[in-house]
Every structure is written in structure tokens, then in C-alpha cells.
Design a protein around this ligand. Structure first.
Ligand code: SAH
Length: 246
């Protein structure tokens, strides 16, 4: 893979790290002020302190350059545990939430996951993380502008196993089924039946679901030969799952 030019390992001492210069054509992060692999390592250490124990997820979170997926003006916040705007009213999820969900998906799986379906490509960050841990990643986005943005963000990474799809993810993507895992980055009122149908027996689905008066909760659904089993976990805050495309 041909790397894009990397940004300076060090900022000139005279330049305050906070002041972001106008973005350059190369979308180099401004104001990061240090080698991004060191910043990512620190981010992973913080995730581990919060309970991330899966070594493969730690490696994937340490490998993917999150700053490449946000606007250059936000690049200095890219390794903080915060969601950030990615345009069209949508957000890139917090690193701790991405790590948590993927760790839950991998629970009980040795080695790589098989085919994974992601609903809500957004800027493409989570698809890139998933590509480190799965044999194939199918990722659907309903907003054309973000689908195009994700394609642009992912192009330099040349991830041959990531397939970006434009469409309504509430219908899943039957052509890629069955999936070993399905992960939703947007929260609906219920888990669409299409997702359950397209999940392999033995597979696991994880999605934010609106429940009662308490907003969204993370739901894990396991599909077994005997049927489906759902576990409701902690409260989360995702953008809404919407039908149709725009
Ligand atoms: N995984 C993304 C998170 C993006 S936010 C990232 O790493 O950046 C969730 C995304 O879900 C938004 O871009 C939103 O447009 C999208 N979305 C909402 N409903 C959808 C649907 N029915 N099908 C596909 N994408 C959907």
C-alpha cells in the first residue's frame, strides 16, 4: 500500500498546539503536535483502563488513524474519547463505544470474524476498524454525501475487503448474507427482521435500540439453532436509524 505523506512528527516549538492552521489540500491534521501512533497508543491505554481487554480489538484501535476520518479542523480531537460531527447532522462514534461494540461482537470468537454487515457507514472509521478483525466488511449508508465521504476517506487505505454500499440499511444487504456479525451505528425502535434473517446461525448482532422512556440501550442478539436470545446492556446515544435514502 502506498502511504500518503505523513504529517510532521513534531510541530515547531513556537507553534502553540491548539492553533489549527487552515486545512491543506492533503487534509493533514493540524495541531496534533506529535506522532499519531503515540497518541493512538495512549488512546488504547485509556480504553484498556476502562476495561477493553480483547487484544485484537486493542490492535485494531491502535492501527486505524482516526484523524483521517474527521475534518482537519477537528483532527486535534480525533484521539479523545468523544463523538465528533462528520457532516449532514451525523457523528463518528466515540472510540470507547466502537471498541466496546466490536469487543462484544468478538466475544467467544477465536481469530477473525467472518463476514460482517455494518449499518451506518458514516465517515467509514468503524468499517476500517472492522476490516482489521473480519474477513469481509459490508457497510451500508443511507446518505449519499456520507457514502461518498467514506469512499474518499477509505480510498488511500486500499482495504480490499471493505465493501461500501449506498442504500437503506434497514433492509440489510441480502446479497452478502449470511453474516457472522451485524453491527448498527444508528438506533431504531426495534431490530429490523431483515437483519435477524441475514444473520448466520451462531452469529451475533449488536445495535442500539430505543426502549421505554429511557432512550437507547445497547442490545446484543445471538442467533442459535433454537432461536434468538437478546440481552439488553447499557444506555447509549446514537443518531437515529432512518428508513429510505437521501
Ligand atoms: N460507523 C460510523 C458512525 C456513523 S453515525 C462511523 O464510524 O463514522 C451513523 C450513520 O448511520 C449515519 O451516517 C446515518 O446516516 C446512518 N444511518 C441511519 N439510518 C440508516 C439506514 N437505515 N441505513 C444506512 N445508514 C443509516
Amino acid at each position: 500500500m502506498k502511504e500518503r505523506p505523513s504529517f510532521p512528527a513534531r510541530m515547531p516549538a513556537s507553534m502553540p498546539a491548539k492553533i489549527a492552521k487552515p486545512s491543506s489540500a492533503l487534509n493533514l491534521p493540524q495541531g496534533l503536535g506529535m506522532d499519531s501512533s503515540a497518541v493512538r497508543r495512549r488512546m488504547v491505554e485509556k480504553l484498556m483502563a476502562q476495561g477493553l481487554s480483547d487484544l485484537l480489538v486493542q490492535q485494531a484501535m491502535g492501527a486505524v488513524e482516526r484523524h483521517r476520518f474527521v475534518d482537519s479542523g477537528l483532527a486535534n480531537q480525533a484521539y479523545e474519547d468523544t463523538s465528533l460531527p462528520i457532516g449532514l447532522g451525523q457523528t463518528i462514534s466515540k472510540p470507547s463505544v466502537v471498541a466496546r461494540m466490536i469487543e462484544l461482537l468478538r466475544k467467544g470468537v477465536d481469530g477473525r470474524l467472518g463476514r460482517v454487515l455494518e449499518i451506518g457507514t458514516g465517515c467509514g472509521y468503524q468499517a476500517a476498524v472492522l476490516s482489521q478483525l473480519a474477513t469481509e466488511v459490508y457497510s451500508i449508508e443511507r446518505l449519499r454525501g456520507l457514502h461518498d465521504k467514506a469512499r474518499e476517506n477509505l480510498r488511500p487505505l486500499r482495504l480490499a475487503t471493505v465493501h461500501l454500499l449506498f442504500g437503506d440499511g434497514m433492509l440489510g444487504f441480502a446479497a452478502g448474507a449470511p453474516y457472522a456479525a451485524i453491527i448498527a451505528a444508528a438506533g431504531g425502535e426495534a431490530i429490523p427482521q431483515a437483519w435477524i434473517d441475514q444473520l448466520a446461525v451462531g452469529g451475533r448482532l449488536i445495535a442500539p435500540v430505543v426502549g421505554g422512556t429511557n432512550g437507547q440501550s445497547l442490545v446484543v442478539l445471538d442467533k442459535t439453532a433454537q432461536g434468538v436470545r437478546q440481552t439488553v446492556l447499557e444506555a447509549v446515544h446514537f443518531v437515529p436509524l432512518k428508513s429510505g435514502v437521501a
